[in-house]
Structures are given as structure tokens and as C-alpha cells.
Design a protein around this ligand. Structure first.
Ligand code: CDP
Length: 221
């Protein structure tokens, strides 16, 4: 039986790296739903169109999807691992608009559901995994941190200076994306009532992973 651990939360709360580490620790597979929204956004930008049918057709032609790279499951586009082309600032600025388009959300959800074999344990991260995509998840975590802590981490991750001006700008960008993600009509970002809130503002990475691994082991036992 397929069992799912859902990790949702706002932008740059560390969901993806945490979900990958949790999956490694418990021998599960990790799927990053945001990577598919970013991939669709790359395709939309290249097409210069927000028409869902054209984007979906082009995504199929360019073979956008999640696949094994020999080590883990990662986004692929044009037959190659796609991380470097989906994490650009151009994609980040446009992704929330693409992710608000209902038919494209269905496209992503179909792929997430199809990517998993029936007997896998899956750790998925996103905005609506516990609320919409896998409401039957055995564990739901809502991972968050203050906007400033998230902005600091995002700048560090990109190897950029975190002077006051850069920090204020990044905090603003994250807040704008969160507002779009939480305010959209379809599958908005929100905490499921039964989700465990993990605030990582003053937790180190290893601590947050350990806390979720403990919750996951308990939920799977
Ligand atoms: O890693 P980061 O927090 O920057 O975001 P991400 O997980 O890569 O997701 C990028 C964008 O995709 C989000 O801002 C959402 O607009 C959208 N997304 C979504 O709508 N639903 C999901 N399950 C995952 C991502």
C-alpha cells in the first residue's frame, strides 16, 4: 500500500531539502511538486504563453516530468535533469501565476499520483499535498519560519550577500509569492487542520530533519 508523508509550507521554508533528507533517512522516495510547477513555468516562458493547453502540449513534447537520475527522483526537461533551468529568478518570479491555473494543477497532480508505485513510501513537498493531492497522507507537516529567516536562507543558498537591502528585497519577494499562493482560488496554500506545525526559525537543519523523521517513523509504524 502506498503511504504518503506530506510536507507543505510557504516559500523557502526548506521543504525540499528537508523532504529529501527525511526520505533518505527512512528509505522513502522524495517528490518535489514545486519542481513540476517550475518546469511548466520554464515551458510557459519559452512559449511566451499562459494558455494551459499549449503549455501542457509543449511540456509533453519536451518530456517534462519526474524521473530517476540513478540516485534520486529529479525533474527532467528535454531529456536532461532540469534543476539549473527551473531555479532561475525569471522562473521564480513567474511560477505563482502559472501555478494558479487550474488545468495545469491537474496536470501536475496526475504526474505526482502516477510517479508513485503502489507499494512505495513517499515524501512529497509542496503547498497543497496534504490538503488536495494526498489528503490520505499518514503524516502532514506544515513547515514554516519567519519571512526574514526564510529570506536569509534563500540568499545564503544562492551564495548572495545578506546586507539589509538585499534582505528586505528578498523578504518582499517571498511575501509576494506567499500572498499569491495563499490567495488563489484553486488549492491555496494553507495548513491542513491535522498537520503538525514545525517552525524552523530557530531550529538547525539536522534538528528539523530529526523531528520530522521521528514523526514519520511513528506514523508509519
Ligand atoms: O522552493 P520554493 O519555496 O521557492 O518553491 P517551490 O516549492 O519550488 O514552488 C514554486 C512555486 O510552485 C510556489 O511558489 C507555488 O506557486 C507553486 N507550487 C504550488 O502551487 N503547489 C505545490 N504543491 C508546489 C508548488
Amino acid at each position: 500500500m502506498r503511504r504518503v508523508i506530506a510536507i507543505d509550507g510557504p516559500a523557502a521554508s526548506g521543504k525540499s531539502s528537508t523532504a529529501a533528507a527525511v526520505a533518505r533517512a527512512i528509505g522513502a522516495h522524495h517528490l518535489d511538486s514545486g519542481a513540476l510547477y517550475r518546469g511548466l513555468t520554464r515551458v510557459a516562458l519559452d512559449l511566451n504563453s499562459l494558455d494551459p493547453s499549449s503549455i501542457a502540449a509543449e511540456a509533453a513534447r519536451r518530456k517534462l516530468g519526474l524521473d530517476h537520475d540513478g540516485r534520486e527522483i529529479v525533474p527532467f526537461l528535454d531529456g536532461r535533469p532540469a534543476e539549473s533551468v527551473i531555479r532561475t529568478s525569471e522562473v521564480t518570479a513567474a511560477v505563482s501565476a502559472v501555478a494558479a491555473i487550474g488545468p495545469l494543477r491537474d496536470w501536475v497532480n496526475d504526474r505526482l499520483r502516477a510517479a508513485a508505485s503502489d507499494d512505495w513510501v513517499l515524501v512529497l513537498d509542496g503547498r497543497d499535498i496534504g490538503t488536495v493531492v494526498f489528503p490520505e497522507a499518514v503524516l502532514k507537516v506544515f513547515l514554516t519560519a519567519t519571512p526574514e529567516a526564510r529570506a536569509r536562507r534563500r540568499l545564503a543558498q544562492r551564495g548572495e550577500d545578506s546586507n539589509e537591502r538585499m534582505l528586505a528585497l528578498e523578504t518582499e519577494r517571498l511575501a509576494a509569492r506567499d500572498a499569491l499562493d495563499a490567495g488563489r482560488a484553486v488549492a491555496p496554500l494553507r495548513q491542513a487542520p491535522e498537520a503538525v506545525l514545525v517552525d524552523t526559525t530557530s531550529l538547525g537543519f539536522q534538528d528539523q530533519v530529526a523531528r520530522i523523521v521521528a514523526l514519520a517513523r511513528k506514523a508509519l509504524s
